[in-house]
Design a protein around this ligand. Structure first.
Ligand code: SF4
Ligand code: SF4
Length: 201
C-alpha cells in the first residue's frame, strides 16, 4: 500500500512544483531556510509517518542518534507542557536541513503557498510572509493583507494566487480512493513517537 501512497506523493509533488513555479516572483524559499520546520505541530497521518520512518532508516547512525535525541527531548518537554497547543521544532531538522527530505510529509511539501479560501475557511497567507519571506514583497504590512498596489508597482502581471493545499483537502478520501491507499489516523508528528523509534513498524 505504501507504493500507492508514494504514487500519490509523486502526483502531488508535480502539482506543487507547478504551483510554486507559477508564484516564483513571490517565493523566497531556499536551502537553509528552515523556519517552517520550527515551532509548529506538523500534522502527519499514519502512512506519512511510516514513509518518514523509511527515510529515517536510510540515515547514517550518527544522524539517527541526533534525531532520536531530538525526539526524546521534545517528548519529555511535551509531557511537562501544561498549555493548550504544544509547539516544537521538527526532530528531523538537523543542522538547519531536513535529513529525510525525500520522505517528508504532505504539510512539509505544501507549506509556503497561499491556501485558497474553502468552505468556511478564509484564504491563508503563510506566516513567513510576515517575517520578510514568501509574499512579503506584496504584503501590506499595516493591514497584514496582500496589496494589489504593490503587485502593480512591481510590474507583475499576475496577482498572487491561492491554491487548494489545506492539509484536510490534500489528505481527503478522494485521493485515498483514486490511489488506493488509506492515510490512517492523523496526529501531530511528535505524538506518533509514543514508543522507542527503533520499535516502530
Ligand atoms: S515556506 Fe517560508 S519559512 Fe519555509 S522555506 Fe519557504 S520561505 Fe522559508
Ligand atoms: S520532516 Fe523535514 S521538511 Fe518536514 S518539518 Fe521536519 S525537517 Fe521540515
Amino acid at each position: 500500500m505504501i507504493e500507492n501512497y508514494v504514487a500519490y506523493l509523486k502526483y502531488l509533488q508535480e502539482r506543487l512544483d507547478r504551483f510554486f513555479a507559477s508564484q516564483k516572483e513571490y517565493i523566497a524559499c531556499k536551502k537553509g531556510c528552515a523556519k517552517c520546520c520550527k515551532n509548529a505541530q506538523f500534522p502527519y497521518s499514519l502512512i506519512e509517518f511510516k514513509y518518514l520512518l523509511q527515510g529515517f532508516l536510510t540515515l547514517d547512525k550518527e544522524t539517527q542518534d541526533k534525531v532520536e535525541a531530538n525526539i526524546s527531548k521534545i517528548y519529555q518537554d511535551k509531557k511537562l507542557f501544561k498549555g493548550e497547543k504544544f509547539l516544537y521544532d521538527c526532530p528531523f531538522l538537523i543542522d538547519e536541513a531536513c535529513c529525510v527530505y525525500d520522505y517528508r510529509g504532505i504539510v512539509c511539501r505544501s507549506f509556503g503557498l497561499i491556501t485558497a479560501a474553502r468552505e468556511n475557511k478564509n484564504a491563508k497567507i503563510p506566516f513567513c510572509a510576515f517575517i520578510g519571506l514568501n509574499y512579503s514583497n506584496v504584503l501590506d504590512d499595516e493591514k497584514k493583507k496582500l496589496s494589489g498596489e504593490k503587485v502593480e508597482k512591481l510590474g507583475l502581471k499576475e496577482e498572487p494566487l491561492g491554491f487548494n493545499i489545506g492539509y484536510d483537502f490534500l489528505t481527503n478520501k478522494d485521493f485515498e480512493r483514486g490511489f488506493n491507499f488509506s492515510f490512517g489516523d492523523k496526529k501531530a508528528l511528535i505524538d506518533w513517537f509514543d514508543k522507542d523509534l527503533t520499535q516502530q513498524n
